[in-house]
Design a protein around this ligand. Sequence first.
Ligand code: CDP
Length: 225
Amino acid sequence: MKKKPFIVAIDGPAGSGKSTTAKLVAKELGVTFLDSGAMYRTVALAVLKSGEGFDDPDKILKILFSSKIDFKFEDSRLSILLNGEDVTDGIRVPAVNQVVPIVAAMPEIRRQMVPVQRKIGKKISIVAEGRDIGTVVFPKADLKIFLTASIDTRAQRRFLELKSKNHDIALEAIKKEIELRDLKDTQRKISPLIKAVDAIELDTSSLTIAEQVDFIVQKARERIS
Ligand code: CDP
């Protein structure tokens, strides 16, 4: 008998380790990893590339509709292509970090993104990460995790990640950017970053990646079986 697809939702603030964790949890469970942040980031990058501003949702929608965005899964690595160009690293640069909350707060944009995410979750089992996965996109997810970590830990993680990609940004500047983005994400009207009432909160400040992955995989196996 064909098994019913299951959904693990991982939400949380910037730098809490959602991407790394979700990717490894998906690999361990043998299912697909859905990076919803990458979708909003790709739209933000498309707008930056177009030279348009960020104040007119209609113009941004036009850019979205005229762009070709593809997700490619190869050897459990997720690549994102914007009009044929690999932007997997290009969407994670400081310039995109600054503008992505503007795009993500637009109802017009979310109305396009959420159905795409739901469509994927209807067909196949996924581990999805973002800000509103357990609250809005998949309120009936089999398992909901809310990942947190102290602001200093999150800033330090992002600092090391950017440094490894040769971005030379001061730790203090990263901390400010994360604080500002979290503020915008939690205070916006539509789909704000908030812990779902039935989510398990996991503070990863003093956990290793392996520990947090093991915790979630175990919980997921309990729920699915
Ligand atoms: O990796 P990090 O946590 O820094 O960011 P991300 O998950 O790639 O998300 C980037 C931005 O996209 C967030 O700061 C939100 O503004 C937005 N986002 C959202 O609004 N809803 C989601 N489900 C995922 C991301």
